[in-house]
Design a protein around this ligand. Sequence first.
Ligand code: AMP
Length: 178
Amino acid sequence: MINSQLTPDDLARAVRNVPDFPKPGIQFKDITPVLADPKLFAGSIELLTAGHIPGSLDAVVGIDARGFIFAAAAALRLNAGFVPVRKKGKLPFTSYEESYDLEYGSNTVAIHVDAVKPGSRVLLVDDLLATGGTAAAAAALLKKLGAKIVGINFLIELGFLNGRDRLKAYPVKSLIVY
Ligand code: AMP
């Protein structure tokens, strides 16, 4: 335990709010200051993986793109493999796809058909929970592969968007809730 004194409030203080990015009316939660500080980065991984015993999971699954950063570090800490859920068209091998609606249009995420074995115990990780569409689609892909999702963990949750309601079938944990 390198940073066991660190709290979610320490992380929250470092998250930068960027107004009107990527479009007017959206307040973007910029986690790059957390990544740039070794104590905060290590502390964020410690908090994200808390309660999971190293060796108890087969994989930590990260969502394109900022989710990769946290999920990959969490996977190393938990002695688990890392599996990417990517945006459509980026994975080279045979993949399953899952689409979900956005305010305007839709998004599609994908996973390799052999990314995890049926019955695997996996932890799903992303940087931020907003409406929950992305995480719900990633969870649907994992279910299609027969994985057991032991938890879905986020650094940040925008609680006012009620994204959690779409993930009711799973234990959801967020370090910082706005
Ligand atoms: P959603 O599917 O609505 O839950 O959106 C979650 C995904 O969009 C995550 O992968 C986030 O990285 C990204 N995202 C959504 N809203 C924000 C925001 N306000 N700041 C930073 N990232 C966001």
